[in-house]
Design a protein around this ligand. Structure first.
Ligand SMILES: *Cc1c(COP(=O)(O)O)cnc(C)c1O
Length: 409
């Protein structure tokens, strides 16, 4: 607050008070807005960002441990990315997919990362999973798809049908036929059911939305092997785990597998809407001309940023930072003595702190926010941290000090 001149502070406060009075009733409940109320919004508006710091409409500063739900992974207002976008803005914004696109070629090559993958570009995670679902059905000529309990794959019909959480599907039925949900990290039940009618298995290597549940390496390797034996495509949904979040470009690299299909989005263009589906080259024949498409998919503005995001993420120093800050976080969190903490889990800078219940979580998140720390919820009672991968040692130390203060006891 004190950095802003007094007269401007007052204007900001008055405009905020006006907006608040306009939209809230006497009990402080939001009553008047032109928006659907499908999001539970906080009454703060983030108007500026620099690295891991964001500023709200009143000038209050926060350390951002959310990255906009794992999206702005290289921090806010990154100079290289801002320049790339500005340069592209002055060239051309949109060309459609009727023409050759060298930016798409470049980003696809960087995503393939010297492995045998080709890419399809879209605008979001759910759309990448829709593409994966369609490709898997077409390539195998089979119908059934296996997914996991508590998974999250998106909000459109296909991806929602793949999502193993009834709360997300409630009221929207019927879902796609032929989707079954198996227990996560459990081989027995799914192994019995895998057969030649199954087109694909889709899995998050760390379940993000439902509470940071890490897949066991042995389980994934076994599952992958069983799928390969029966010609079942193995799809990993890396929409949240990808683009350096867990310390490698994709999390699958740490599981000694090469999935048939990988989906990506969130951090891919650091905040511009971009999704991608990568498939093994042998699958390309099933997605020939006219089979699938997206008007905005692979838009030059988003691609100009993604091209630079991938260069930055592939720098060994950045992945080194993810690993060091991760260790710093996990060591620091483990030292907090608190009855509220049930479990601490995750990989890289994808961190979940399971708290005793959802009320405790809500109160902890509110207090953290007041103390200048923005955090996320996952599942019912998990405090989720997805800080920018560029976070410094000092910033992690500050975050840990605030977390300790709020969680201790
Ligand atoms: C966020 C997320 C999605 C959905 O992405 P959208 O861009 O919101 O459609 C899908 N899968 C996983 C694992 C996610 O975390």
């Amino acid at each position: 607050m004190n950095k802003i001149p007094k007269n401007i502070q007052l204007t900001l406060e008055i405009s905020w008070v006006k907006l608040y009075i306009y939209t809230h009733n006497n009990e402080g409940v939001l009553v008047m807005t032109f928006l659907f109320q499908n999001y539970q919004r906080k009454p703060i508006e983030l108007v500026n960002g620099e690295g891991c710091n964001v500023t709200d409409q009143l000038g209050k500063q926060y350390l951002d441990l959310t990255s906009g739900i794992g999206v702005s992974s290289l921090g806010h207002h990154h100079p290289v990315l801002t320049k790339a976008l500005k340069d592209q803005v002055d060239k051309i914004w949109h060309t459609s997919n009727l023409y050759t696109n060298s930016l798409q070629e470049s980003v696809a090559e960087k995503l393939a990362d010297n492995k045998d993958y080709v890419a399809f570009f879209c605008n979001s995670g759910t759309e990448a999973n829709e593409a994966a679902l369609k490709l898997a059905k077409k390539a195998t000529g089979r119908n059934k798809v296996f997914s996991f309990q508590q998974s999250f794959h998106g909000r459109t019909y296909g991806a929602m049908s793949l999502t193993g959480q009834s709360s997300i599907q409630q009221g929207f039925g019927p879902m796609l036929d032929d989707v079954s949900y198996f227990p996560f990290n459990d081989i027995e039940e799914i192994a019995e059911s895998l057969n030649h009618e199954v087109a694909a298995v889709i899995v998050e290597l760390i379940q993000g939305e439902s509470g940071i549940h890490v897949a066991y390496k042995g389980w994934i390797k076994e599952l992958f092997k069983l799928c390969q034996k029966q010609g079942i495509l193995f799809i990993v949904d890396e929409v949240q785990t990808g683009i350096g979040r867990t310390g490698t470009l994709f999390a699958y690299e740490q599981y000694d597998i090469e999935p048939d299909i990988i989906t990506s989005a969130k951090a891919l263009a650091n905040g511009l809407p971009l999704g991608a589906m990568l498939g093994k080259t042998y699958l390309a024949a099933s997605f020939g001309p006219g089979s699938h498409g997206s008007t905005f998919g692979g838009n030059p503005l988003a691609l100009s940023v993604a091209d630079k995001v991938l260069d930055l993420v592939k720098q060994p120093e950045l992945m080194e930072n993810v690993c060091q800050r991760s260790t710093q976080f996990f060591n620091g969190l483990k030292q907090i003595s608190s009855k509220k903490i049930i479990d601490i889990r995750g990989k890289g800078l994808m961190i979940g702190i399971e708290l005793s219940d959802s009320l405790v979580l809500a109160s902890v998140m509110n207090t953290l926010e007041k103390q200048g720390l923005l955090t996320l919820k996952a599942g019912k009672n998990v405090l989720r941290l997805l800080p920018p991968l560029t976070i410094s040692q000092e910033e992690v130390a500050l975050a840990l000090a605030i977390l300790e203060k709020v969680l201790a006891g």
